[in-house]
Ligand binder design. Sequence first.
Ligand code: SAM
Length: 279
Amino acid sequence: MTGTLWLVATPIGNLADMAPRAIDTLANVALICCEDTRRTGGLLNHHGISGAPLAVCNEHTEHDLIERVISQLADGDDIAVVSDAGTPGISDPGERLVRAALDGGHTVSTIPGPSAAVAALVISGLPTTRFVMEGFLPRKGAERRDRLADIASEMRTIVLYEAPHRLVATLSDLREVCGDARQVSVSRELTKMYEQTIRGTLGTIDVGEPRGEYVIIVDGNQHVAREYGDDEIRQAIDNELASGATRRDAAALVARRLGVSRRRAYDLGIKSATPTHER
Ligand code: SAM
């Protein structure tokens, strides 16, 4: 009999959100892999759980833990993976241990529970039937620009995590690529005392001074599905030119926003109203 690797969700703020089966599982496993022993120790204490040793599992140590976890599973031990908050494996360690356990022929199961992504999505008021989890955006450079471009043309609702000190810059970048009219919902401190969700458009939303942890939900690009006429594209490019963009940037921005090819936008941009020598 080999053991089971349990992915155990823990609260994202309110300790009362811990599932009874999560408590039971953590009380009975032979090892708990966690990001921070102090934080998980506190959670275990709060629920009167003691016994299992804790092993630190973060982006640097997850790989090194694999051997130990696989060997204990092979010996028949059950092992839990938890993160600091929410569901392990979602913008948190866990994925590599799951892959290794499956490759080793072991059972992998979960005690499902809170995840900030799903919590923010379901209260956003934006479509929930089809959504895409983008997690944290790359911080800078071409990687960030490319990801933002993907988001601009994505038709499904988009879920993003963000730290407070980067929230305003990220909302501003989203506004630039998605346009002022795109609906957005920004949730902070979910399940905690200062929980707040602000809904609006990227052009008008005011998040105040960011404090706490944030999830940004962005409406999908509802426009991708329809065909744009040349005049509409030309008009959109003219608007960008009028607000100071170069012809090349205006074409690229409009192509992303309307989901039309860059070549078409550029060709139409060349023939748009504002004379080239002015740009
Ligand atoms: N695995 C976690 C989950 O399932 O929710 C997410 C881990 S990720 C490292 C942490 C990010 O989740 C935070 O930076 C924030 O964007 C979001 N987050 C976590 N708890 C939150 C809360 N209570 N309210 C809003 N966002 C939260």
